[in-house]
Design a protein around this ligand. Structure first.
Ligand code: SF4
Length: 459
C-alpha cells in the first residue's frame, strides 16, 4: 500500500508528520509524493488562521481527485480543534485528532471498518502520553525530539492551547532513552522541541524544571550537539543560560518569540514580559555567549497596533542584537481573543508593516553573518549537498548555514571551517580542520568572539 502526507503549518506539524511516516512505514506501507496516486492520503492540517482552515479542505479535495478510491485522513491542529469543519466534506474519510497515532495507523490500513468518522479526544481534559521516538526530518545528521506538547499560556492571537491541549511532558527516563537511541543511529545533533518548551515538566509527578532535565541530559547523553527549539523569553531564566554557557554541547542559538516591540501591544497580546525585560535578556545572553544567534517571531498588524506602536516596535528591534526575524502578518483566527479586539488594521497596511519588518530583518541578518567573516566555526555537515551549487552544506553551532567544498566522506561530520564570504543567507568557507575541536574553544577564538561581541555592542 502507498501513502502520501501533506504537511501544513509549523515545525511541530513537520515533526508529527515524520512520526506518522515512521509508523506507516513500520506497518509496511510505502511513502510516495503527495501529487502521485496513493491508497492513503494523510493531511496534517494547521489552524493558525482562518485561511489555513480552507487550505486544509482544499488539499483534501485534491487528494480525492488524485485517487477517488483512496482513504483521505485528516489529522493535525484543525482536525483536533474543529473536526466539524472537516467531517461533513465528502472528500474526507476520517478526522483523527492529535496524539491518536494508533487510530491513524488502523484507519490507514482500513482496519477501522464501522468506526466513527471523527476520533478526537479532549486534550484540555485528557492526558495523552507523548510518543517518545526522536525523528530525523532529512538525512541522518540532525534529529528532532519532542519533549513537550500543548500550551497553557493562551496568548490573545493563538489557537494552539485549544488545538494542542494542555502542556504535557515526556518523562526524563524516556527523554534519555530516546537520545541514546538517536546516538546509536549516529545522530550528531538533536533539537529539543516543544510547543511551550519552558513549561516542560510542570505536569510530571514529581515536577521537574527544564533546567533540571537539561542538566541530566548534559550528564548522561553522548549526543555531540544539543539545540533548543523556540522558548518563551520569560521562561528562559538565568540557570538555563548559565548551564548552556558552561556546557559546550548546547548550541548558542535562541529562538525567542518577541511578537511586538511595543509594550502596549505585548499587553494586548497577553504576553507576560516587557520590552525592557526582553532587551536585558538579549544582552545577558550575548554577555555569556558572545557568538549566540538570537532569532525572533514577530506579528505585524495585531488589532489595535497603531502607527505609533509599530514605529516604536521597529525602533526597538533596530537596537537589538538579532540574527534573524520570522515575520507573520496578522490574520484572523476565529475563537481567539484577538479576533474580537477592536482596531483592525487594514490588510494593505498589515502587508506593508510585515514588509518593513522583513527588510529590517534582512539587514540584521546580513550584519550578523558579516560579523563572522574571517571567523572559525564548528560546522556539522549534513549528508546531502546543497541542490543549488553542489557544495557540502551544514550548520554552525550558532545556526548559520555554511557552504564548503570538500570530499564526500566529511558528510555527517563536524568540521572546523574558516568563513570567507557571505552568500545570500549563508556563509561560504574553507575546511581548516576535518574534525571539530572538543572541549572549550581555543583562546584565539575566545578573543575573536569577544571582539565581535564588542562590535555588536557598540553597533
Ligand atoms: S505561548 Fe502563546 S503563542 Fe506560543 S503556543 Fe502558547 S499560546 Fe500560542
Amino acid at each position: 500500500m502507498r501513502f502520501a502526507i501533506a504537511t501544513m503549518g509549523c515545525k511541530v506539524n513537520q515533526y508529527d508528520s515524520a512520526m506518522i511516516e515512521r509508523r506507516l512505514a513500520a506497518a509496511g506501507m510505502e511513502r510516495v509524493e503527495f501529487g502521485q496516486a496513493a491508497d492513503v492520503y494523510v493531511v496534517n492540517t494547521c489552524t493558525v488562521t482562518d485561511r489555513a482552515d480552507s487550505e486544509s479542505l482544499r488539499i483534501a479535495r485534491r487528494a480525492r481527485r488524485l485517487n477517488p478510491a483512496a482513504r483521505v485522513l485528516m489529522t493535525g491542529c484543525l482536525a483536533q480543534a474543529n473536526p466539524q469543519a472537516l467531517a461533513p466534506s465528502a472528500a474526507v474519510d476520517r478526522v483523527i485528532g492529535l496524539g491518536r497515532l494508533d487510530d491513524l495507523v488502523r484507519a490507514a490500513l482500513g482496519e477501522d471498518a464501522g468506526g466513527a468518522k471523527v476520533a478526537v479526544s479532549n486534550l484540555r481534559k485528557e492526558k495523552i502520553a507523548l510518543d517518545s521516538a526522536g525523528v530525523t526530518l532529512a538525512g541522518r545528521t540532525r534529529a528532532f525530539l519532542k519533549l513537550q506538547e500543548g500550551c497553557d499560556r493562551f496568548c490573545a492571537f493563538c489557537i494552539v492551547p485549544f488545538s494542542r491541549g494542555r502542556s504535557r511532558s515526556l518523562p526524563p527516563r524516556q527523554v534519555l532513552a530516546a537520545l541514546d537511541e538517536l546516538d546509536s543511529r549516529g545522530i550528531k545533533e538533536v533539537v529539543l522541541c516543544g510547543v511551550q518548551l519552558g513549561g516542560y515538566g510542570r505536569d510530571l509527578d514529581p515536577p521537574l524544571a527544564l533546567v533540571e532535565l537539561l542538566e541530566l541530559i548534559a550528564q548522561r547523553s553522548r549526543i555531540a550537539r544539543l539545540r533548543l527549539s523556540s522558548i518563551e523569553p520569560d521562561e528562559l531564566g538565568e540557570p538555563i543560560l548559565k548551564l548552556m554557557a558552561s556546557e559546550r554541547r548546547f548550541c548558542p542559538h535562541f529562538h525567542l518569540p518577541l511578537q511586538s516591540g511595543a509594550d502596549e501591544v505585548l499587553s494586548r497580546m497577553r504576553r507576560p514580559y516587557t520590552t525592557g525585560y526582553y532587551r536585558k535578556l538579549a544582552w545577558r545572553i550575548l554577555e555569556l555567549m558572545p557568538d549566540a544567534a538570537l532569532g525572533v517571531d514577530l506579528i505585524a498588524g495585531l488589532p489595535g497596533e497603531s502607527a505609533q506602536h509599530f514605529a516604536r516596535s521597529m525602533e526597538f528591534l533596530s537596537t537589538l542584537p538579532l540574527a534573524y526575524f520570522h515575520v507573520f502578518p496578522y490574520s484572523v483566527r476565529s475563537g481567539t481573543t484577538a479576533a474580537k479586539l477592536a482596531g483592525k488594521v487594514n490588510p494593505g497596511e498589515i502587508k506593508r508593516r510585515a514588509e518593513l519588518m522583513r527588510s529590517l530583518g534582512a539587514r540584521k541578518r546580513r550584519d550578523f553573518l558579516g560579523g563572522f567573516q574571517g571567523a572559525r566555526l564548528d560546522v556539522l555537515l549534513e549528508d546531502i549537498c546543497d541542490p543549488r551549487n553542489g557544495k557540502l552544506r551544514g550548520y554552525s553551532r550558532n545556526y548559520i548555514r555554511v557552504l564548503v567544498d570538500g570530499p564526500a566522506h566529511l558528510k555527517n561530520c563536524e568540521v572546523e571551517v574558516e568563513a570567507t564570504d557571505v552568500i545570500g543567507d549563508a556563509l561560504a568557507g574553507t575546511v581548516v580542520q576535518p574534525w571539530a575541536k572538543s572541549g572549550a574553544p581555543a583562546r584565539t577564538d575566545r578573543q575573536f568572539a569577544s571582539d565581535r561581541h564588542q562590535a555588536r555592542t557598540s553597533a
